[in-house]
Write a protein that binds this ligand. Structure first.
Ligand SMILES: [Mn+2]
Length: 424
């Protein structure tokens, strides 16, 4: 972990400027009828989970270029995640991936406790073959034509639940790469039926206080059709399985220009929005850093979430799901967590009453301007003050760089070569 004295001294140099910026923004918001401390309190309570695989350097279909001091195992990953949370106070939980992170659950719990983290949803993996695996997933897993393969995939998901129970997780996220590459390769309906049948068995193994998230993705690795292609298929699955099943929306898993915020609104309306994998994209499932391409879209998603906030059953899970190829993954995750918090804070600033009035009066210009007013507000002082109040860094990336953490771990951890996951 980073020395708390270093964080304090870094903050000391920035505290005065922050205090005056926070006060000025407070005055501005006060004139708009918003109490800045209320927003800060909500932001401070808001967290986004880190995927364990996110702290390693990702790759593309072409190559993976290793970074310095990459984590060697899940314990190194938890150390890195702990530091990210230490400086941002925005990432209290880690989402594990089985089998990549499989180890003694008690050791996992101990390590997480040591670095101040909890565990978010478990992620199963039936999109690649493991060395000790009996049957191959080359032609699918939960929807495979062979019942034995489907059974193996079901058993793996049940094992993920079992491990999750031992470490205090409360959800399972299932994404499958199943699909087809050629028209006619599979019977689209029978394949979906096989998937539903297998998922019923996974669902049956879910503890009462758990939730099951299914994640849709338009294409890749299957390039003609995928079994859980879109939010419509996903909603059918969640409704078919039952009350503990919900849809997970990965922002990168849609066609370009798809109106994701509208999908979010529909899933909320259906009571089936389970959560998010945040990232950004320009062309496809690019897994770029959240908010780096289209922060307005991220804001519009959070605008829908802010509307639903307060409903008793509304508690979507939030996780980053990105692949970091050219940046320090820890720095990217810090910035991305802050981007998510920023979108949330901006969405809280929307004048709902004025917006509803403009909508009812069909005043399109003023309605959209109302959203823009919130989006254009620089909420950085709120985020920074929320961090400072919690002993985190006013400037997380600068503080992280000043700490020399990366250089220190680079001496202990040899370069990780070879292929690495990241695009899921
Ligand atoms: Mn994802």
């Amino acid at each position: 972990m980073i020395d708390t004295d270093l964080i304090a001294s870094e903050n000391a140099g920035r505290g005065k400027t922050l205090a005056s910026e926070y006060e000025a923004l407070g005055d501005q918001l006060d004139r708009r009828g918003i109490a800045i401390d209320d927003i800060k309190r909500k932001v401070a309570a808001y967290g986004v989970a880190i995927p364990s695989w996110g702290v390693g350097t990702g790759g593309t279909r072409f190559a993976r270029f290793p970074g310095k001091g990459e984590p060697r195992d899940i314990f190194d990953k938890l150390s890195d995640c702990g530091v990210i949370h230490q400086v941002t106070a925005a990432t209290p939980n880690v989402s594990l991936h089985i089998p990549w992170d499989k180890t003694d659950p008690r050791a996992l719990r101990d390590k997480a406790g040591e670095v101040g983290l909890g565990f978010d949803a478990m992620n199963s993996n039936t999109f690649q073959d493991q060395p000790d695996q009996k049957l191959s997933y080359k032609f699918g897993s939960l929807s495979h034509t062979d019942a034995a393969v489907r059974q193996q995939a079901v058993a793996h998901n049940l094992e993920c639940i079992e491990i999750g129970q031992a470490i205090g997780s409360k959800a399972l996220t299932v994404w499958v790469g199943d699909g087809s590459n050629f028209p006619g390769q599979t019977d689209l309906t029978r394949q979906f039926d096989r998937y539903l049948d297998a998922m019923e068995q996974v669902y049956a193994g879910l503890p009462d206080d758990w939730r099951l998230f299914t994640e849709h993705k338009m294409f890749e690795p299957a390039f003609y059709s995928t079994v859980v292609q879109d939010w419509g298929s996903n909603l059918m699955i969640a409704q078919h399985l039952g009350a503990k099943a919900f849809c997970l929306v990965d922002l990168g898993h849609h066609a370009p220009n798809v109106n994701i915020e509208m999908i979010v609104a529909r899933l909320i309306r259906a009571g089936k929005l389970g959560g998010f994998h945040f990232n950004d994209s320009k062309y496809g499932d690019d897994d770029l850093d959240t908010g780096c391409i289209d922060p307005y879209r991220l804001f519009l998603v959070f605008n829908e979430l802010a509307i639903a906030e307060g409903n008793p059953d509304f508690r979507p899970a939030h996780m980053l799901d990105q692949s970091h190829n050219v940046t320090d993954p820890m720095e990217s995750l810090m910035v991305s967590a802050m981007e998510v918090q920023r979108a949330y804070a901006q969405a809280l600033l929307v004048d709902r009453q004025a917006l509803a009035g403009y909508q009812d009066a069909n005043d399109a210009l003023m309605a959209t301007t109302t959203l823009k007013t919130a989006f254009r507000t620089d909420v950085e002082p709120i985020l920074a003050m929320a961090r400072a109040d919690q002993g985190a860094a006013i400037d997380p990336v600068a503080t992280f760089r000043a700490s020399g953490y990366r250089q220190r771990v680079a001496q202990e951890r040899p370069e990780v070569t070879g292929a690495g996951g990241g695009i899921v």
